[in-house]
Design a binder for this molecule. Structure first.
Ligand code: 8X3
Length: 250
């Protein structure tokens, strides 16, 4: 019988690459995202390989999360792997210039959304005494940089949540892995800079950034280690990156 993975933020970037990799490796998928049309497209494409369920909801909206997950039939609640990937950065501004709506989005998606989904799925995993939760954090969760304070705070919350989950869920046979990427070229910077393509492109210029596929490969590694092994924490940089703000450009 195939394993089942639930992936949030499955319509683009790391989430989409992970969905495709899992499907090619016979893992059935619950794909979650806001973009219904993109979910339908993915469902059609990957549905040729594995069983797919797609749920369109806003991860930051508690009622939508609860209502959507409640529609899952019993066989789909047997989730083996939860990938908490939804989230992102909104704005790159000094604290005093920051847009409060950006802060709210980052806290709603990156922190609260992750908690809403995990509370429900962890409960199902506890009943089955097995499961694996993978939280997509960031180097920003380990290092604070100017103009990124609230994004960094949201990701350091993810780091704490990963540690707390591990303390409370390991006794129930659940593994928790925290993955903290550095610079990954996805829609991340386009969202951060509110659609400004020039600014977004500049982030990844004159070096080779990570791709969504690189992170999907790392996630796949984490879920495939022997069952007595738990990758607690993985920080992944491009070869040219030394810390959150230091990139060696040619
Ligand atoms: C993405 C990496 O360095 O822009 O989370 O914060 S960084």
């Amino acid at each position: 019988m195939n394993k089942i993975a639930l992936i949030t933020g499955a319509t683009s970037g790391i989430g989409e690459a992970t969905a495709k990799l899992f499907a090619r490796n016979n893992i059935d998928l619950i794909l979650c995202g806001r973009r219904k049309a993109k979910l339908d497209l993915l469902e059609r494409e990957l549905g040729e390989l594995v069983a797919i369920k797609s749920l369109s909801f806003d991860v930051g909206n508690r009622n939508e999360v609860i209502q959507s997950l409640e529609t899952l039939e019993p066989q789909w609640r047997k989730i083996d792997i939860l990938i908490n990937n939804a989230g992102g950065a909104h704005g790159l501004d000094l604290f005093i210039d920051g847009d409060i709506k950006d802060w709210e989005k980052m806290m709603d998606f990156n922190v609260k959304g992750l908690l809403y989904v995990s509370k429900i799925v962890a409960d199902w995993m506890i009943k089955r005494k097995s499961g694996h939760i993978i939280n997509i954090s960031s180097i920003a969760g380990k290092q604070v940089y100017s103009k990124g304070m609230v994004y960094c705070a949201s990701k350091s919350a993810v780091e704490s949540i990963s540690k707390g989950m591990r303390l409370e869920l390991v006794p129930h046979g659940i593994r928790v892995s925290n993955i903290a990427p550095g610079a990954v070229e996805t829609e991340f910077s386009l969202v951060r800079f509110k659609g400004n393509k020039e600014k977004a492109k500049a982030v990844y210029q004159n070096y080779t950034p990570l791709s969504a596929q690189d992170i999907a490969d790392s996630i796949y590694y984490c879920v495939n280690v022997p069952s007595h092994v738990q990758i607690a924490d993985m920080t992944i940089f491009p070869a040219s990156q030394s810390d959150a703000t230091t990139i060696h450009r040619q």
